[in-house]
Design a protein around this ligand. Sequence first.
Ligand code: WTA
Length: 623
Amino acid sequence: MGIYPPKEFIQQANVRDPAIYSRASENWVEFWEDFARELEWFEPWEKFLDDSKAPYFRFFVGGKINACYNCVDRHADMRNKAALIWEGENGETRTLTYFQLYREVNAFSAALRELGVEKGSRVAIYMPNIPEAVVAMLACARIGATHVFIFEGFSARSAGFRLKDSRSEFLITADGYYRRGEVTNLKEKADQAIEQYGGIKSVVVVRRAGIDVEMVDGRDHWYHEITKKGYTEPEILDSNHPLFIMYTSGSTAEPKGVVHSTGGYLVHVYATSKLVLDLKPNDIIWTTASLGWITGHSYGVYGPLSVGATVLMYEGAPDYPDKCRTFEIIEKYGVSVFYTVPTLARMILTCKTDSYDLSTIRLIGTVGEPIEPETWTWLYREVGRERAPVVNTWWQTETGGHVISQLPALTPMKPASVGKALPGFEVAILDDGGKPVKPFEIGNLVIKRPFPGLMLEISGDPKSYVKFYWSKYGKRVYFTGDSAYMDEEGHIWIVGRVDDVLNISGHRVSLIEIEQVAMGVKEVREVSAIGIPDRVKGSVIALFVVSEEASEEVGRKITEKIERDIGKIAKPGLIVFVPELPKSSGKVVKRAIYDAVVGKKKPAFLSNPEVAEMLMKIKPSER
Ligand code: WTA
């Protein structure tokens, strides 16, 4: 059952032999090592996997490698080919060939070294989607500094937390950036973040928006003034040297710093770029995620550049100024691989796709949140015109790269399913006791075998690492935090998170963090945040607030505080004042709220029957 991949696609695909599955399961070491050998190592690894300290798994032990070298220097033979094509929201465009990227990365690496950045330094990058952000990542990778990218939409407070938690000593930022026609002053936010923490020695500022910003003497430097020329020898790094830290939301209020390796991570994103996104050097891939999210890192930079493809990067809102700008961009640059989130697809679903030449698209991928069959079918029929397979990729910040997905030339596609575990992976769906569930029964999604892109650790927090991922089923079974079921043919269907994490527009937010921030508004006595289904965003945050002063004014204060403290992505879609929250043993029962609002089921755990009526009357879709 399912839709078979189009013939023309199969003929040209990187992987079209179904034996890949059995080969990988018979010899998974060889499967990964074959990909690893396609990269360039300064010294080969002695051991593929060291699992003696589970749940800390180390891959390609003893190997020496440099991620920047593999993404840039290794492509010297295609020096005149575009590595990066960029379009600003205001219509400006820039192209960097592989040679120009090489030059720029070398020069900026030298500038960073001059500022005192060393192997092992942690360098925060608080930047919009502009070419210098990619240059900054690669320059850090070149000299062995660990980059800590902070999504530009995060508030100063969220950025400050990340600077402090990661103990970053350097910060690279921009004066400002464009979003929906307006310029946001990023430097000001960066300054506030630095103030909260105080450990930043030097700041590099890229001029993007040309706005007036304050530069602190001795601390702040303009990118264009310190970046001259020069060659910088790439550091010869241990395979398990930390390439970057990516913060992500978990089931506590505080985001977790997920640390990724150099060798294992690069092998994973390189392999999956070829296997799943079918990338080849003559492709132009547009990954619509911001660089500040894992998707931007893995399939907007390291994956595509390690393959030698061309990356298309866009700065602003994909539906601004025209709702259908996404299609203008695809047409203008001839995008061949379009990798996006279902939310974006739902936003542009009403665009007339036949008004654009979309014939260059040969593969579509989605990620980050469940996709419903209608949106999937629209992508397949109207955007890919049934010529391009649509792969639904499941993975997480913690996994570094794809884990479950269709293989585009091999797996029949079932709209909205994520397909099967990729070759080399072993996943299962277990009940709470650890037994595999039957087909169509919902259970916890786990990964039963480590893989090269698996995070090294949670920065500075070994307890959380073990507790969240390796406690439920022991030290060798990775608990994903997602629930899912399998159909009779073994295809997997993701249901959603089992913890207090919510995916909004493909971004991860913590409901606990939101509640904690809302509690900071003095009129709020109690609050509970849940996710409710939304037609476009997948989910939105609904806040249920107990307050003596139930007023619009208090609602506004809560929204403003959340925007200020976390960022616009965490803005609630709905705020409801209630006299009471359902509770059992003193704890709010979120499930009861959800079932009342979404399922119209009478909630238990309430002393006041009017509250039950009230919750059941809410019409989430008519906000
Ligand atoms: C969800 C994003 C359904 C899931 C790469 C996971 C998905 C979380 C899919 C990780 C998908 C990711 N279908 N849900 N194809 N892909 N998710 O860390 O709940 O930002 O746990 O990584 O997104 O989000 P993260």
